[in-house]
Design a binder for this molecule. Sequence first.
Ligand SMILES: [Zn+2]
Ligand SMILES: [Zn+2]
Length: 420
Amino acid sequence: MINRPKGTTDLFGEELKYWYFIEETFKKVTKLYNYREIRTPIFEATDLFLRGVGEETDIVQKQMYTFEDKGGRSLTLRPEGTAPVMRAYIENSFMKDGLPQKFSYIGPVFRYEKPQAGRMRQFYQFGVELIGSPYALADFEVIRLAIDILNTLNLHNYKLYIGNIGCKNCRPKYREALKDYYQPKLNQLCFDCQKRFNTNILRLLDCKNEKCKPFQKEAPNTFDYLCDDCRKHFDELILYLDELDINYELDGHLVRGLDYYTRTVFEIKHSSLGTQDTIIGGGRYDGLIEELGGKSTPSVGFAGGIERVVLALKNENVNVPKLPNCQVYIAVLNEKARMPAFKLSQNLRGRGLIVEIDLMKRNIRNQMKYANRLNTQYVVIIGEDEIERGVFTVRDMETGQQIEVDEKWIENYIVEKFEG
Ligand SMILES: [Zn+2]
Ligand SMILES: [Zn+2]
């Protein structure tokens, strides 16, 4: 017996109605903003993530699925979606088509983590990247887009948090302030944070260890250390959010798990999800394209976790569209009826109906049993008698009523039943 790998799942049956709803809503809303889908490979050169995500991040240090292929290349299953899109932007010279460039993506990402609700080793993200605009206009657009997606999903119990982690000019000052603050407390922190103190001190602010949490509240606030340009960018974004009625809360300790962010960072959390409550996270990454070898180009985007949005939909009891059932089952009484059954099924499918025919050579009683299990709405019964007289029997499975319909009218008769 071979089982699926830890931290993965098989998706099937009713569960998929949530996935379809999220994927279709994401595609519908991003289309309204004129984002174009991009599909990048599942695996990339490992260097892409070392440089793009940052060598000192948890993702690169602990969570990547890295392997050598038979040609001796180091490859990594993508742990996130942004670095691959930026790699594709540079490699395909998208800049020649002018700016901004707006991309959407959806698909699996991989991180070696401790599996728990809302945290899988293979999980699915949807996301967007808006490349080329340095202005808060762009930050606002992607935040507005994220909110529109959640509203179109009929979710309500979420909250937007806005932070700003400065730029390469002002962040060093903030880092110094954090160092001064944490230095005397160092031996009271968890082991990871003692290490991060030297390598990635911003991450001390979102350590989930109970030892470290009490110190986070009093830590210096990023907003107090912004340079004039970052402050202007921040004020402009806040103006748009206020004027255009988007509710948010400021968070001067909001940092994200990836190194590439500059200025705006944001998270949308769902109140029902406990510790894994971020359903969408994003921000600005003005240095990323240059870091990956392209011409310096400011960018902003977000990614959302589909598994967590599924949990949010369930917890809020959102009514999502049902999966379709078989609409018409065509039962045959004998071998002569097979050809007319094939023909009718093909014609009805051509008219857009979901149709099954007998594939098991069952007797009529067992065909009706099967049709019942399919929850099909109508059964058409074809036998020798029917063929000779040129009429088919149609059974309404809900009422149990049967009616004979002339073969000339059968197709329209059935189609009209589904048009009401
Ligand atoms: Zn700055
Ligand atoms: Zn810690």
